[in-house]
Design a protein around this ligand. Sequence first.
Ligand code: NAI
Length: 442
Amino acid sequence: MADKYIDFISGGFGKKLAKQLGLPQPVKLRRYEPNAPLVPGPVHVVSPDGAPLETLISAMGATAKSTLREGEKWGAVVVDLTGIAHPRDLSELVLALGGTLRGLATCGRIVTISRTPAGDVNQQAARAAVEGFLRSLAKELRAGATANGIMIADGVAIDSISVAGALKFLLSGRSAFVDGQFIRVSGEGSADPGRSLEGKVAAVTGAARGIGAEIARVLAREGATVVAIDVPQAGEGLAKTANAVRGTALPLDVTAPDAADQIYAHASERHGGLDIVIHNAGILRDKLLANMKPDKWDDLIAVNITAPLTMNERFVELAREGKLGESPRFISLASTSGIAGNRGQTNYGAAKAGLIGMTEALAPTLAEIGGTVNAVAPGFIETDMTASIPTVSRQIFRRTSSLQQGGLPVDVAETIAFLVSPAAGGINGTTVRVCGQNLVGR
Ligand code: NAI
């Protein structure tokens, strides 16, 4: 559903009126466009030793520099906080960042790079402080600009492939609706070929419409061959998705006990293998718990969490037998409702939080096999599902995120395409929120 308010305030009159009345002033976000520059201006690196990051940024085709020309704006500012050992060490670096903020371009980017909390008490406090700093700063930015962090485990170099991959993703328009979040890097990753998913076969469940159809499209754009999966009743939408991405359609209810075997058989017979599985199929059965009937609880749990658990168990077996490609990737669609809770969604919240737990629990197994498992937690995304929310609630959901608007299915799809790319091989067991930093939860 189109956000008509953004169209209205993008015009001269609407813009003036919104300013006078103190109304939210969301802007059209910068999203992926082929051949568009990575960032809308030069990148400033704030770091005790900027050289490694400046080299990384230049290798991405952006310009790293330390002063602006007359009339120029920063496309992004990247702050290296990896060396802090006490909260007082933040001062010099974050105040230098503060001095650049008025020169940040529309839809510009702030990215902090820091270490996962570890070490002595002072160091843990300092590293944890980065979270509160970054999440607060993200709430201060306007005009489509975002602030996100990369948190690197000790032992992983600042210029490793997965840090570079995460930085490139966060600087680009592909991360338009990721705001106030951290991407946690625990390993190195592997080199990213031009089209990052060339030669990979991806299965996407719930692909007949909404977010699933968009995931199929973006994975195909990045070079993957897609198996689009949905219930037989959604055959028309499913065929449309499969044709649009030049993939194949597999009508299948994901709650079938042999769903994983059916997906694997289809992918290997039609496309010669299976590398990536996206557990996107999901349903809503909202009811207050006091009114919850067993079927509403049980149906939702069966589709939203039991099916991915059962399928992953089998996919892990297949991967251990060497049948899932060199670096299998699993992604689940969680939700901010699973992190913060939502009235009327005890069943949905339980299932989505369960997916986050499953993701964390499976990560060591996937690391052993050479793959990764991650989750994406969307906030308010403009789909058929959210179009059915009453108008006033819908406006509140949209305007109460830091970006003052809902996300688009493509925003979720871009994050997934990044997480399954070779460059993200060092990102495992994490949940990335795609929510415009909505008010709920972390
Ligand atoms: P949607 O309702 O538009 O699409 C879901 C698709 O899953 C449908 O095509 C449906 O037929 C399919 N499906 C349902 N049960 C199935 C089954 N048993 N087997 C195979 N396919 C099945 O939903 P939307 O909005 O595209 O959401 C996609 C995912 O993202 C879901 O997991 C949802 O919970 C999650 N999500 C969506 C948010 C939003 O704002 N739209 C926010 C947070 C999470």
